[in-house]
Design a protein around this ligand. Structure first.
Ligand code: FAD
Length: 448
């Protein structure tokens, strides 16, 4: 049984209709290890109804480009195939979900709507819009977090140090293994998605090309997890901050699209035969830091602008608003990696060409945008635009939290005052030189 604490009743209604249970899949795009799908099947069996999975595809989504759509659509094709094996129909609806979901629900006389939790504003707006147009119950399942976001904490947390004990207390209840997916009692089937028609319908920026080095989908995600555990988890605690060491897992695109469950990753990593230092360093990022980002976006409605910063950071930015900026760049100069700083340009090119910037460089990259723009407001706007345009894992709570950490000291503390930065933690080129081989990193991307 799915833990009831994962489930929020977004719309409370009596179940009157007798039609299928609809799982509106959005953030958790996978068939296996998915609490929302398991819950939908459980409910369908209780109601003696079939279950259908529906994906509502919008042809513009927070600046997503053809890079993002290509990755997502390949994953959805695999989902359609895996669901069909389990006797579950998959439908892809195109257009505004606020219209397409209610209309589909009424067309098939659905009895219950199930969705997956997402802290981002646009998803909450979609769900509010859908709720006001339907008259069936809507249950939302947190299938993304190990400890459900609303259960872990009921307020914006100050930092990892305040969320960590809450999460650790609840992990024994929630970090359990998944049941094996049992096909529902009542089967459903669908005509099949016309993927070619869908691909030509999408209206995304085609200049940002799909990425070849990482294959989308559940199977590829599982394969990478096992490769990472076998080959790269040892040494993670020391190598993950070196952009030349290939020490990170590269799981973030899969976690972002939900191709893999963070809970599955945590279970497998916990079982691995590696040192406790490496395991706990990885689990700290995967569980505490990742769930802290969901906490930030869920409870702080200004997660993507400077109003979401702590009072000390807003005050400090104000004091330093007229500080002279040695360099100022336009969005297009940043975008084309045309700054005076070869290290920053290399990081930007890494993101443009690979769809993923190394985690350590992401901090330097965002902090320099603060240093070289007219205001923190502009810095937030530019950093979010560029991250979401090129990063495969962009448009994620981790991205908004990471950028707000770098530019606005969110989840951080006040540091000694410096020009432009004020009390925000500072990073510089020489600091990077002490940490890793900057020349090698720069040369790797210089010609791109
Ligand atoms: C300015 C800035 C922008 C960022 N933008 C994004 C983004 O768009 N999408 C994104 O997923 N992450 C983002 N991060 C967080 C972090 O850098 C990435 O999650 C990480 O580099 C992803 O690579 P990986 O999966 O190989 O990481 P690993 O080191 O292998 O970590 C495994 C997983 O742990 C989680 N994790 C790791 N570091 C962090 C962190 N600092 N905060 C929250 N969760 C973390 C992620 O889910 C990650 O996939 C950003 C950080 C900063 C400072």
């Amino acid at each position: 049984m799915v833990d009831k604490q994962r489930v929020s009743l977004l719309k409370q209604e009596e179940i009157k209709a007798t039609g299928p249970v609809v799982y509106w899949m959005s953030r958790d795009q996978r068939v296996h290890d998915n609490w929302a799908l398991l819950y939908a099947i459980e409910q369908a069996n209780m109601l003696n109804a079939p279950v259908l999975v529906v994906f509502a595809l919008s042809n513009t989504f927070l600046g997503a480009t053809s890079r993002h759509y290509a990755f997502m659509l390949e994953g959805l094709k695999e989902i359609e195939a895996n669901l069909s094996v389990a006797g579950i129909a998959f439908e892809l609806l195109t257009g505004d979900p606020i219209k397409t979901i209610p209309s589909y629900i009424s067309q098939i006389n659905s009895s219950l709507l199930v969705s997956d939790f997402d802290p981002l504003r646009i998803k909450k707006q979609w769900k509010d819009g859908v709720n006001s147009a339907i008259n069936i119950p809507h249950h939302e399942v947190d299938a993304h977090n190990i400890v459900p976001c609303r259960v872990a904490s009921q307020k914006t947390e100050f930092g990892a140090y305040t969320l960590r004990p809450k999460i650790n207390r609840l992990l024994p209840q929630f970090l359990t293994d998944f049941p094996i997916l049992q096909p529902p009692v009542n089967k459903s089937n669908s005509a099949g998605v016309d993927w070619q028609a869908i691909e030509s319908w999408i209206d995304a920026d085609k200049n940002v090309k799909p990425i070849e080095w990482i294959r989308p989908g559940e199977m590829a995600a599982q394969a990478l997890l096992h490769y990472f555990i076998e080959k790269r988890l040892t040494g993670y605690s020391t190598r993950r901050n070196d952009p030349m060491a290939n020490g990170q897992s590269n799981l973030s695109p899969y976690l972002h699209y939900g191709h893999i469950s963070a809970q599955r990753v945590a279970i497998e990593v916990s079982k691995a035969n590696v040192s406790n230092d490496d395991k706990s360093a990885f689990l700290e990022e995967l569980i505490v830091r990742r769930e802290l980002s969901d906490n930030f976006c869920h409870y702080n409605t200004n997660y993507d602008n400077t109003q979401g910063f702590h009072a000390w950071a807003k005050e400090s930015h104000l004091v330093h608003s007229n500080d002279e900026r040695e360099y100022l760049y336009s969005l297009s100069e940043f975008d084309q990696a045309k700054t005076h700083d070869d290290l920053w340009n290399a990081a930007q090119k890494e993101m443009i060409t690979t769809g993923k910037m190394h985690g350590y460089m992401r901090m330097y990259w965002a902090k320099k945008i603060l240093e070289w723009t007219q205001s923190p407001e502009q810095a937030m706007e530019f950093a979010i635009y560029l991250n979401d345009k090129y990063s495969l894992d962009g448009r994620d709570p981790n991205g908004y939290a990471g950028i707000a950490w770098s530019i606005g000291g969110v989840h951080d503390r006040a540091w000694g005052t410096r020009p432009v930065f004020g009390k925000i933690r500072y990073m510089n080129y020489n600091g990077c030189k002490r940490k890793f081989d900057v020349t090698k990193y720069t040369n790797r991307f210089a010609a791109k």
